[in-house]
Ligand binder design. Structure first.
Ligand code: SF4
Length: 305
């Protein structure tokens, strides 16, 4: 990494009163220069607690929107304005409204990997770590629409025994992890623990020793006596996993699970973002307030663990 650029970023960060957030799937050099690394909701909550005036979100658009929803008075910028999430974009607010119109009695739970406009049309938000608890907390006599990730939705169905109205969205990156990838990794590392993200397909999830969100994977390896782990999620997570357990070996489940949007952020773009305070992410006030309500409802039913 070019130390001169890193120094410039650190200087500008002070000058702009900025905080840099990096998602767990970002390039290692981006994670290393960030003030906070983690999952999208955790990062947005951390940033909201700071007195920073600017949030530089190194992630994808829905994450920057979530940061804006929780920190409306801070300027939120993304180093690459084209870093989107194909899964979040698989459902629009209009499509969700159409579905709600057909299932008028249903409550809507949206995965945090969704646009602000979709969150605004939802009753509850959830993360991959708490989706099961959110759905379990809802009245048994109400139907539930779950958007946009069908794989996370099916995982919730299995765990809760409730039938959900699923939207057929999926993460194209996690879809690249196949059963053969797990099988091959297991053959080479028979003692390894297989950790799988709920965004993976059902056959892959059924091969897991542990089904975990990214944050849960980090906690799991810290507490585990195992020395080898097969990691079935986006490969960027290997970097923070190694920091947590430098003595352990982490084997990606295949080499294809690379999210191209997550890799769009570079140190040069972070420098340009801080220099020009670009590219600003805004959320219209009415959408922001409604989206915040669905996030708050999630927090209300799930006191922080
Ligand atoms: S890894 Fe999947 S869910 Fe995450 S940003 Fe990329 S496409 Fe979206």
């Amino acid at each position: 990494m070019d130390q001169k650029i890193v120094n410039e970023i650190q200087e500008l960060k002070q000058k702009r009163k900025a905080v840099i957030l990096a998602h767990n799937y970002q390039l290692p050099e981006i994670q290393d220069l960030a003030d906070f690394c983690g999952d999208s909701l955790g990062l947005s909550i951390e940033a909201s607690k700071t007195d920073a005036e600017v949030i530089v979100f190194c992630g994808v658009r829905f994450m920057a929107e979530t940061a804006k929803i929780l920190s409306p008075d801070k300027k939120v910028v993304m180093p690459d304005p084209w870093a989107g999430c194909p899964m979040a974009d698989m459902i629009t607010a209009e499509q969700l409204c159409g579905l709600k119109g057909k299932c008028r009695d249903a409550l809507v739970v949206c995965y945090v990997n969704s646009t602000a406009a979709v969150k605004a049309e939802s009753d509850y938000c959830c993360t991959s770590a708490n989706a099961v608890e959110v759905v379990n907390s809802l009245p048994r006599d109400r139907r539930i629409i779950f958007v946009p990730d069908q794989h996370l939705g099916r995982f919730v169905e299995e765990k809760t025994g409730r039938e959900l109205i699923l939207w057929p969205g999926y993460c194209p990156t996690h879809a690249l992890i196949g059963e053969d990838d797990i099988r091959e990794a297991r053959q080479e590392h028979p003692a390894a623990v297989v950790m799988v993200h709920p965004e993976c397909s059902e056959p892959v999830k059924h091969m897991a020793d542990a089904l975990l969100s990214t944050g849960q994977m980090l906690k799991f390896v810290k507490a585990s006596p195992a020395k080898e782990f097969i990691v079935a999620t986006e490969v960027g997570l290997i970097h923070p996993l190694k920091k947590v357990r430098p003595d352990a070996q982490f084997i990606p489940a295949g080499s294809r699970a690379v999210c191209p949007n997550m890799k769009k952020t570079t140190v040069e773009k972070v420098l340009a973002s801080l220099t020009n305070l670009e590219y600003e992410v805004t959320v219209p006030k009415d959408i922001r307030l409604m989206a915040k309500r669905s996030l708050e409802r999630m927090v209300e039913i799930l006191p922080e663990k």
